[in-house]
Design a protein around this ligand. Sequence first.
Ligand code: NI
Ligand code: MN
Length: 227
Amino acid sequence: MKVQYLGHSVLMVETQGTRLILDPFIEGNPQCPVSVDELPKVDYVLVTHGHGDHIGNAVEISKRDGATVISNFEICNYLESKGVKTHPMHIGGKFSFEFGNVKLTPAFHGSSISDGNNVIYAGMPAGFLLESNGKKLYHAGDTGLTVEMQLLRDELIDVAFLPVGGNFVMDVSDAIRATSFIMPKKVVPIHYNTWDIIKADTEKFKTGVEHIKVECLIMKPGEWINV
Ligand code: NI
Ligand code: MN
């Protein structure tokens, strides 16, 4: 599994001949080094919750590429009304796709979609556990620290992408505690420094997680890793 960080909470994943994009906030994302036009063709678009900095360009990308959106039931209902092909799931549910398994995990946050003057209920926010080619990736979505994360320790996660920017989500010290709950092999901080309100000291995060013997990768937008 190859993973590219595209800033904020955006990940591009290539595995088993399939390309997935998670939380495709491309346009308006000051950290994203590529435009929607420059994105390669994707097969699946995964959306953790309805906020604009996560649903992002999901409609445009999935329509362009004929990609399937994997998200919660409510977001999928909304996207189907926009002509997007979807695979609805919900918290705790797991499904086997041709590239591997996807499971939705709990996230403590909000979830709504602003469509013109309407605010649409977008179900419970979620994280994703993605299992492919013998490796396991966790994208926490937007969340505060929750004890539910302790359940993830048994999953033996290879790489966890955790929000650390504070204000809307966990800050660095809570993300260190989350890492101690999950105990992944590697952890990557996300959802920080996109705007001033979510500035974070990732060196402090790195030091904190290394203290509990978890490897920290601070990825630059555009950078790839092999998982
Ligand atoms: Ni959010
Ligand atoms: Mn967010």
